[in-house]
Design a protein around this ligand. Structure first.
Ligand code: SF4
Length: 417
């Protein structure tokens, strides 16, 4: 019987032909933790009395969620990770190097691999044709020690994308539309496989945005086949030799098929307080905003910053609105500097935040006040996500975010394009 991408990768890693629903023991190529989840994983690993990591070169610790640290307790957590990396030879990504999921695709993960991360949005790397998923810290401790773990093979939903984006509509609008369509639990423990004639036109950053949010529909993974774009991306990152063809079989079996014509999409907004509470901009009505946040593992890449800067160039952020911009990694930050994008942002009135999670996680760098409204390019808008249960978060594309920052309310970016 033909296999989906997820089934093929997991078959290869378990040494047998797997079927959906089956429990398998899978080899794991790489594991990651971040500064929120890492200290627990480290403590649990130490309880196993192992003297070394199974694969130190591919055990990656990120200090990104509260970076730089706003509190002594978090500073101490960071030091736990630093000391562990030194003692066991794990890879450490320091303050300012960027958000874990951006760093993983830039530097660490390759097609056909299995990545487990102690972070929900580990699914981002699925855009590279890797099976990448989030698990708990204790699961990570086991993989750190053994290099393998158990997994339940997910069945797969095939998301067939056709057509082209109309003006003002982007990958973020597409994934918000899909989540609104199927619901926050619409793909629980499924793999989403993005296929169709439109995929060849999607850039790698667009694919990362889409895979990143697969978990917001409950999915374990969000996968793309590899193609020339994957190859070019890996080549740009100095890893052309890691390219591998990853394709589903023509007769693969899918639990569900969902068809989306990109041409029919509109700028889409997730409204408080769930990601699947979506409205098109035409349905939204006027929503005034206090803060706009452009960044994160969803939409903090150089292509996102270019789109936002093009809209903001020569314009000013509306009085009473704070615009925060956080490049997703140091590499992105440097590119943005060289291209003059940072100057454009600062001239428009924006504040630039250290590359990392910034305001997204609600511990620093942009916590909302009571009753305040934030429009953000991140992937979650749960109550309290940005550090205050009395705040409200709307989610959108970088283009909508930039244009809205100028207008002072959530605005239709198609007006200026
Ligand atoms: Fe999580 Fe936000 Fe950081 Fe992404 S940017 S890893 S969603 S906290």
């Amino acid at each position: 019987m033909g296999q989906t991408i997820a089934e093929k990768i997991l078959s290869e890693h378990s040494g047998k032909e797997v079927t959906p629903g089956e429990l398998i023991i899978s080899k794991i190529d790489a594991v990651m933790v971040q500064d929120g989840t890492g200290p627990l994983a480290v403590n649990e690993f130490k309880k196993l009395n192992k003297t070394k990591l199974y694969n130190p070169d591919r055990t990656i610790l990120f200090i990104d969620h509260a970076a730089p640290s706003p509190r002594k307790e978090l500073s101490n957590s960071h030091n736990v990770l630093r000391e562990f990396a030194k003692e066991y030879g794990a890879v450490l990504s320091e303050v300012g190097e960027g958000v874990c999921h951006q760093r993983l695709v830039e530097s660490y993960i390759n097609p056909g691999e299995v990545l487990l991360g102690a972070d929900s949005h580990t699914c981002t790397s699925g855009a590279l044709g890797a099976f990448a998923t989030g698990v708990g810290s204790t699961d990570i401790a086991i993989v750190m020690a053994l290099g393998r773990t158990w997994l339940k093979v997910p069945s797969t939903y095939k998301i067939v994308l056709e057509g082209k984006f109309p003006k003002g509509v982007y990958a973020k609008d597409l994934i918000l539309h899909l989540i609104g369509l199927i619901g926050a639990d619409g793909a629980t423990y499924k793999a989403l496989e993005f296929r169709g004639s439109a995929v060849k036109n999607l850039t790698m950053p667009e694919r990362f945005t889409i895979s990143n949010m697969a978990v917001e529909a409950g999915a374990k993974a969000g996968l793309f086949e590899t193609d020339e774009k994957t190859y070019e991306y890996l080549k740009e990152q100095g890893r052309a030799d890691k390219f591998k063809e990853i394709k589903a079989d023509a007769d693969a079996v899918y639990e569900r098929v969902i068809n989306i014509n990109l041409y029919e999409l509109k700028p889409t907004i997730s409204c408080p307080h769930t990601v699947d509470n979506t409205k098109t901009i035409d349905e939204l009505g006027e929503v005034k905003i206090n803060q706009v946040y452009i960044g994160t593992c969803t939409n903090g890449r150089i292509e996102d910053l270019r789109i936002a800067a093009n809209i903001l160039r020569g314009k000013k952020v509306k009085d009473g609105v704070r615009l925060l911009v956080a490049p997703a990694s140091r590499k992105v930050f440097l590119e943005a500097l060289k291209e003059g994008l940072i100057e454009t942002f600062v001239e428009s009135g924006a504040s630039i935040v250290t590359s990392g999670c910034g305001a997204c996680v609600g511990v620093h760098a942009g916590i909302l006040g009571d009753g305040e409204v934030c429009l953000a390019t991140q992937n979650r808008n749960f109550k309290g996500r940005m550090g205050n249960t009395e705040g409200s978060i709307y989610l959108c594309s970088p283009a909508t975010a930039a244009y809205s920052a100028i207008k002072g309310y959530i605005a239709d970016v198609r007006e200026v394009l």
